[in-house]
Design a protein around this ligand. Sequence first.
Ligand code: NIG
Ligand code: FE
Length: 428
Amino acid sequence: MAELQQAPPSDGQAQADTLIRNIGQLVTIAQSPLPGATGSLQVIDHAALVLHNGQITWIGQDSDALLHELRQRADVQQIDAQGAVITPGFVDSHTHLVFAGDRAEEFHLRRAGVSYGTLLAEGRGILTTMKATRAASDATLLALAQERLERMRHYGTTTVEIKTGYGLNTTSEENCLRLINQLHVVEKQKPSPQERIRIVPTFLGAHSVPPEYRERRTAYVDLLLNEMLPTFVGLARFCDVFCEREAFTLDESRRILTRAKELGYALKLHADQLSPSGGARLAADLGATSADHLDHASDDDLRAMCEAGVVATLLPGCSYTLRSPYPSARRFIDAGLHVALATDFNPGTSYCENMQMMLELAMSAMGMALEEALTAATINGARALALHEQIGSIEIGKRAELAFWSIKDYHEIGYHFGVNLIHSIFVG
Ligand code: NIG
Ligand code: FE
């Protein structure tokens, strides 16, 4: 029998309002050793969970005598997991979810050999989506975003980061940020824990230089520094920059992120995706929370990131869509980095809401073991959002953000591929 982690729930009314019983396998991904758990992911067979106010207050064996009283209590919601596997919900720490239009035509042009960089340099790519997004009404943008969130939830995501970056002027960027915040409020107010999703807003005004500034890009950088960044304080937790030959130079990226840091934003970077841009090193210099993509990051870059505690976020959906070589996750893990996996959901390089697909790609093409992929998609995703003290693993004191799987053993994940193995989510 598992020992209790803290005072039993029957000790006080306040500690329990929900009991989840009959869990076939509880894959906790706990960061501290749990009694009764085995393996590197800390798995408890025949488990139960007690929650209070959405927080985990007890973890143990379903047969524990201390649950007897709780099972009788009418004021405790009883949930029967019916032998299911439960893991932390996926934390999708990198998405561009708010946009209108699609780029199917460009997708097929790329299939015919035109590069992503060429399209962007020709004023297509991100700018195609910018036009459609600027032209769309709030109602349209909101409805599209909600459809996509619904799909993410369906595939097991419980927390999602959402970037702006298709407005590219003060009005439209602010509008997108307000919509992201509105989505957050709508989700939070939903009565059912099966329907909610947690949202983290990121400002990515430095996604591309918009056409009206094409011949005077410094003026756009100044607009970001002097108008957008100060105005949007409080609307976004992170500031991100696309540091790339076709987007923002290393020097521009440094100016933007330094200003953002002064204003209290936490930092992220699209770094070394299409070419070695210096982005990973900049992330380390500025103490960014994460650097993402990293296809062209050098060993020295990885060392610098590791020393600075920057999370490496890998985005296999991009390699899949762009048909570029997948970065080796082994290299990042062996360098001692915390590696996160995310969808990078966007209309250009990864039009996919499904985190299970990212695990499958990471396991088949990036050299990740199942345990590493699950860790990357949960607790390390939370690290990439600086939320690892609150979510990302199943531990006492953390928020209950759970994925209920319609499988009996977690080893089916990645093995049974191309189908949805999630039954439902729970966001307490
Ligand atoms: O993460 N690389 C820059 N931004 C996105 C692509 C956005 C787009 O193509 O619309 C990315 O891949
Ligand atoms: Fe991205």
